[in-house]
Design a binder for this molecule. Structure first.
Ligand code: NAP
Length: 249
């Protein structure tokens, strides 16, 4: 029997790259997986790859009403939730004094508030299931924040702090909360698609001179990160991983 047979999982940002790879691994392990994102056609394409155990659900995690509506649909369809993967995030490169309001709002609302909204809605559904697992995707940039990406790094540090604080709060409900930090991802990431060539060139020149590029090292395959996440989920309920970091070699 597959390790996650019958489990109900929701992966935010499951329409592409790492989120899709995680959703694929969970489906292979027997779970029913709800994937969420804003772009409906990307969700539909991803659902075709994932097959009948996938429910694509349009949801904007920056919008609390949209998140409530999405989880209400999960409740209506499955009656409970066992696994939440907080994967959706955005990163913008900018010097702090040149950051636009739009970039600041996008990062804090997606990467921090979005995670909080999702956890708030997931907890009652997990209580109903008798427990559950919440895993948030963080970044190696918490350990070594890159200049011009420091607001992004700060949002990731914030969700790690959130997880630490919630661990004891949710323990009586048998809900485990963990962080999976990952390094630079290899394949097909849309992360950075919104970066202009000019700002990107400035950032890479800076990271090269500061040594941050050398620290980033080899990219880590998405499948490896997804496998690590599945392994965290399969740990016996008597224990659990609080923080796992996966980097390329
Ligand atoms: N890429 C890297 O090298 C790297 C390194 C370390 C950590 N990470 C972390 O790994 C995770 C995945 O990164 P990735 O590279 O796979 O990102 P990506 O390719 O940009 O995919 C992001 C996903 O999140 C969704 N999303 C973005 N904003 C959303 C919103 N407001 N509401 C709902 N969904 C939203 C996107 O779909 P829509 O746009 O259609 O909504 C997409 O499905 C992130 O947490 C990131 O911080 C990435």
């Amino acid at each position: 029997m597959n390790a996650l047979e019958g489990k109900i999982a929701l992966v935010t940002g499951g329409s592409r790259s790492l989120g899709l790879s995680i959703a694929q691994t969970l489906v292979e392990q027997g779970a029913h997986v709800i994937i969420t994102a804003r772009n409906q056609s990307a969700l539909t394409d991803a659902a075709k790859i994932l097959g009948e155990k996938c429910l694509p659900l349009q949801m904007d995690i920056r919008n609390p009403a949209s998140v409530k509506e999405g989880f209400a649909m999960v409740e209506k369809t499955f009656g409970r939730l066992d696994i939440l993967v907080n994967n959706a995030a955005v990163g913008c490169i900018h010097r702090i004094d040149e950051a636009s309001d739009a970039d600041l709002h996008a990062q804090v609302e997606t990467n921090l508030l979005g995670v909080i909204y999702a956890i708030r809605e997931a907890v009652p559904l997990m209580r109903r299931a008798g427990g559950g697992d919440i895993i948030s995707i963080s970044s190696e940039s918490v350990r070594l924040p890159f200049p011009m990406l420091s607001v992004y790094a700060a949002t990731k540090a914030a969700i790690e702090c959130l997880a630490t604080g919630l661990r004891d709060e949710l323990r009586p409900d048998k809900i485990r909360i963990a962080t999976l930090r990952c390094g630079n991802i290899a394949e097909n990431s849309g992360f950075g698609d919104n970066w202009s060539d000019e700002v990107k060139a400035a950032a890479f020149a800076l990271w090269s001179s500061t040594g941050h590029l050398a620290f980033a090292g080899q990219p880590v395959p998405q499948g490896l990160v997804a496998q690590a996440l599945a392994n965290m989920l399969c740990l016996a309920p008597s224990g659990g991983a609080d923080l796992v970091e996966i980097r390329g070699r």
